[in-house]
Design a protein around this ligand. Structure first.
Ligand code: GLY
Length: 256
């Protein structure tokens, strides 16, 4: 029997208009549309067979990107220190929630690390060294994960916010990647599928319960994936993309 997956999500806050932006120009965000798209996203996760728990927004501007302040392994949850100081207030609420499911450990200063920089594929963990994740953050995650049998691989993140802005696992030993942002060599034991170059943000996807969840905003890359036999469920996150997000940032998915 397949282990049940659980996802934590958080409703977008009215203050999402003031979210952090690093590589994008600010555009107006239609709040009602963002909330409606988030509801469809939660429904899409449910359709993948995932039990979804949605937290209150607490008016955290970037709180909808609930993946960033925690790394949830099967054995333990690590509460991180986000690299954006404005996001520190999100941390305690997630720690409380995750304590219902796992032993919780806390990252300590001077470490910073965001979940968007961590890609877990079975017992392999890939960590992006980025503007949000520093060397101390990488070392603290290593110290927790290596004794649990995880293999740690570290790569640089350039020209984009997080590791998973530029690459994702889509099943069948395959990484979807933007090679302009993430070095393909980080994944030397995997098959590589490059995004369509006209869609630089297209490398973010969710793979859960052996299914892919993908954005409707990147039809050319979707066509490439389908051409190679990958079937994807799709959801419209176009309004939320304006807040420099990907699909994976909006949930923390873990075994119940
Ligand atoms: N707006 C996403 C982030 O910067 O954390």
């Amino acid at each position: 029997m397949q282990t049940k997956l659980h996802a934590l999500t958080r409703t977008p806050a009215p203050s999402i208009a003031n979210c952090e932006l690093t590589h994008l120009q600010r555009e107006p965000i239609d709040y009602a549309k963002a909330v409606a798209q988030h509801q469809l996203y939660c429904q899409a996760l449910t359709n993948l067979g995932i039990k979804v728990t949605t937290l209150f927004h607490n008016d955290f501007a970037d709180g909808v990107f609930v993946e960033d302040p925690a790394i949830v392994l099967d054995e333990v949850a690590l509460i991180t220190r986000p690299g954006a100081a404005s996001r520190m207030d999100e941390v305690p609420t997630l720690a409380t929630e995750l304590a219902r499911f796992r032993e919780v450990k806390q990252m300590t200063p001077p470490a910073t690390l965001e979940g968007g920089d961590v890609l877990c594929i079975g017992k392999k963990i890939f960590i992006g060294h980025s503007s949000r994740t520093n060397q101390s953050g990488i070392e603290q995650l290593k110290q927790i994960a290596k004794p649990l049998g995880y293999e740690i691989n570290v790569g640089d993140v350039q020209h984009c916010l997080h590791l998973k802005t530029g690459c994702s696992y889509i099943g069948d030993d395959t990484i979807l990647i933007n090679p302009q942002w993430i070095d393909r060599d980080l994944f030397h034991n995997f098959q590589i599928l490059e995004i369509d170059p006209s869609e630089p943000f297209a490398a973010n996807a969710i793979f859960a319960n052996d299914q892919i969840l993908y954005s409707t905003s990147f039809p050319r890359t979707l066509e490439r994936m389908e051409g190679l036999g990958f079937e994807a469920n799709t959801v419209d996150n176009s309004e939320l993309l304006k807040a420099e997000s990907g699909l994976s940032c909006m949930s923390l998915i873990f075994k119940s």
